[in-house]
Design a protein around this ligand. Structure first.
Ligand code: SF4
Ligand code: SF4
Length: 483
């Protein structure tokens, strides 16, 4: 048996401590795109709960609100009731398929630009730059001993982290209650315990994940980098170092002495210096690459400075990379976006979206659900007629009280009346007023003459009065004793 000491490198460690990543400032097309997406996504997140939307006196005026207490979800002009949750499920399915579509077309663009972990990490890295300076200054500061100056700076920086983290947690709870009211309640100690707990948890996770764990969340914790490979193929765009063009790498000085021996990479390490996850793209595709393309910006700038063609690091598909390596012509990158896989994803995504829009446009804002009493199933009245009892739930999903007409058809000689009122002589319809945005529970009685039929089918209908004359109906049974 081998002696473990003989086969194990004594230098090899089972656990390697994280090396802090200090990305360098860079400007370029993709950095500007990242700025734009960061500003838009953060603005949407922080501002949305403060947008007001007038729904009249009977509903909240917050544009986007998850009203858990009243079990409603408001999104601008759309109000979703619990029994319509399939719209939310549809949106989630669309988000999932949209992610498949984006990944199959442009690889991990979600990770590189729009994932919350990326956006907040980017924000915290800008804070680092603001407080401690660019890459070299931050590295010096990291290595410097803990003096009073370093301690004050660190406390200041962590204070900014905490401020951002707190507002991130604070903004989240605003989606679940009227934002201005909740702010007052929060600071006067009147808010619910769950509000404080949620802010506390989200503040802590944002502070730790964005401020300290950063790329480790992407590399070690997030399942998405492991799943996304299944959505990509040889026609998906990826950030790629063109080794066939860059190698053998060497400094300008060396290349000037012997141009034929060196490729275009001048080994300046700029692509590594700007990388927010601290990897070297020249080592090939790796899980730490979130395809943010900042290395493309850095390398393009270097290529411009040394007078070589841009695109040594570029968005390119595996197929085009093979073709380029073989010296063949490749078409424009966008042609890869239109292929069977992306078209199928887009078709499914658009189909679900259109179906949901159609359903939303045609949904009724009233609803009837009726339950027949099971015990007793029927009662014989003193005049010999048979009476059945029902519990009807009438939903008025509009933000105004509505008059509704409840009627029955298909039951000869029947009389309909509401519990708590006396039986009328002959009536097959009655009027009820259902308050705005609520459910009316009605106790309904129906009496009909005794016949030889044990069970008759009939229809109960509700109809909204006024300009919006929607209706809903349900088929029910009227039960009689066996003869
Ligand atoms: S930035 Fe470009 S030239 Fe510089 S090391 Fe990276 S790949 Fe080579
Ligand atoms: S290697 Fe390039 S694309 Fe990948 S994470 Fe680093 S900077 Fe972004």
């Amino acid at each position: 048996m081998n002696n473990p000491d003989e086969i194990l490198d004594p230098e090899l460690k089972l656990y390697e401590a994280r090396k802090a990543v200090h990305p360098q400032r860079i400007d370029g097309t993709f950095r500007r795109l990242k700025w734009a997406i960061m500003i838009v996504t953060l603005a949407i997140y922080y501002i949305t709960p403060w947008i007001r939307w007038d729904r009249g006196p009977y509903a909240p005026n917050q544009a986007v609100l998850v009203d858990l207490a009243n079990r409603r979800f408001y999104m601008f002009g759309i109000e979703i009731w619990p029994h319509e949750f399939y719209y939310v499920a549809g949106l989630l399915v669309m988000a999932g398929i949209g992610l498949f579509l984006v990944t199959s077309a442009v690889g991990r663009a979600w990770c590189g630009y729009a994932c919350p972990q990326t956006v907040w990490t980017d924000l915290f890295q800008h804070v680092d730059r603001f407080v401690d300076g660019d890459r070299n200054a931050r590295m010096r500061m990291d290595k410097a001993p803990w003096t009073a100056k370093k301690t004050v700076r660190r406390l200041f920086k962590w204070g900014i982290y905490l401020f951002i983290a707190f507002w991130t947690g604070g903004a989240w709870i605003m989606y679940f209650a009227d934002a201005p009211t909740l702010v007052v309640d929060f600071w006067t100690g009147e808010a619910a315990f769950v509000a404080y707990a949620t802010v506390g948890i989200l503040t802590a996770t944002t502070f730790i994940f964005g401020g300290f764990m950063r790329e480790q969340v992407c590399v070690y914790m997030c399942p998405w980098p492991r799943i996304q490979a299944a959505m990509m193929d040889e026609k998906s765009l990826q950030v790629t170092y063109k080794d066939w063009r860059g190698e053998k790498r060497g400094s300008i000085k060396k290349a000037q002495k012997d141009p034929a021996a060196f490729g275009d990479c001048v080994d300046c390490n700029q692509c590594v210096a700007v990388c927010p996850t601290g990897i070297d793209i020249r080592e090939g595709p790796q899980i730490g690459c979130i395809t943010c393309a900042l290395c493309i910006d850095a390398c393009d700038r270097v290529m411009g400075e040394v007078g070589r063609p841009r695109g040594l690091i570029d968005y390119i598909t595996a197929d085009d990379a093979e073709a380029e390596k073989a010296g063949k012509e490749t078409g424009p990158a966008w042609k890869n976006l239109l292929r069977l896989r992306t078209l199928v994803y887009f078709g499914v995504w658009a189909g679900i979206g259109l179906a949901m829009l159609f359903a939303l446009g045609n949904r009724t804002r009233l609803d009837l659900a009726v339950q027949h009493d099971r015990n007793p199933v029927y009662v014989q009245l003193s005049n010999g007629d048979i009476r059945n009892a029902y519990t009807a739930k009438i939903r008025n999903m509009e933000n105004r009280p509505r008059q509704m007409n409840v009627s029955i058809t298909g039951l000869p000689g029947a009389t309909l009346w509401e519990g708590g009122t006396s039986r009328p002589d002959q009536q097959t319809a009655l009027e009820v007023t259902v308050p705005a945005d609520s459910v009316a529970n009605l106790r309904l009685f129906i009496a009909a003459p005794e016949t030889t039929s044990e069970r008759d089918e009939f229809v109960m209908t509700i109809e909204g009065a006024g300009e919006n004359a929607e209706s809903d109906s349900e088929e029910l049974f009227f039960e009689r004793p066996k003869n």
